[in-house]
Ligand binder design. Sequence first.
Ligand code: A2P
Length: 317
Amino acid sequence: MKTYPFSNGDQIPALGLGTWKSEPGEVYKAIRTAISLGYRHIDCAYIYQNESEIGAALSDAIMTGEVNREELWITSKLWNTHHRKNDVKECLNMTLEALQLDYLDLYLIHWPVAHQKDVIFPQEGKQLVSLNEIPLEDTWAGMEEVHDSGLVRHIGVSNFSAKKIAKVNESASKKIEVNQVELHPLLQQKDLLDFCKKEEIILTAYSPLGSRDRIPQMKAQDEPDLFEIPTIKAIAENHNCSPAQVLIAWAVNRDTVVIPKSTNEARLKQNLEAAEISLSLEEMEQIGQLDRKYRYVTGAFFALPGSDYTLTNLWDE
Ligand code: A2P
């Protein structure tokens, strides 16, 4: 498995298992299966509401001696309810307890969006808190604290634009090490990738397969199907592999981390194997032509009237 180094020498595996939408009741088995297949990187988040079941699976896999903690790379994310500097540790502790871990390899600010503390998911604008009131720099200072205390080995962000990263880094004593964003051939974010390379920030691709299992309220009516794109299908045929594997291989071949979600054994295996597929320069260029800045996860659920958040200031584009 390809890995990417951090400045302290730690290595993050290029492929991790996504757990957003992995249902309680099936995620335990998915994690145990993934680990037995050879997955060593699991991507979690407080808001996915499945961390305690993931924790049970991790604990059992470690207890049976199948894997040890040091071999695993576990990421989780701070929810928007805990953006105040002194709240970061509280959210992290809930995650650590659920995951039955005493440290995380990586902790990310999930969104550049703050909520009232008792509002898990906002329904109206007043339940959101302006970034003028809780600046991202304050949240980052809380992230630096949990890093300094040894509870997390690396810290980063998710859904951040280059502009927001640059602003946070200006006053940071520890710089952002990872940014996790939506990335796939229809949303290639080349400028952000170049910016992150220059700043030595690792970029992680979420929804690399188009997240077809999102709830209907989160889906547009005529969403494009990544598996049906003729270029992707043709490359898959060339390699005698599936379109999903081409999408994963593309992400790894362009030096991003990628975290496809699956709870199905055959697809877990297929996705892990995809990280070893080498695409030719010509194939990479063909896929490079497919960009159309299409977001599956639009962030519209945060752009509520009566709040400071708009799609323009969320993505800075
Ligand atoms: P399942 O969990 O049943 O395998 P994303 O990672 O972009 O969020 O996409 C996840 C969706 O893609 C889920 O519906 C998942 O279903 C499906 N999926 C995961 N791996 C594959 C694969 N190799 N082929 C087809 N669909 C896949």
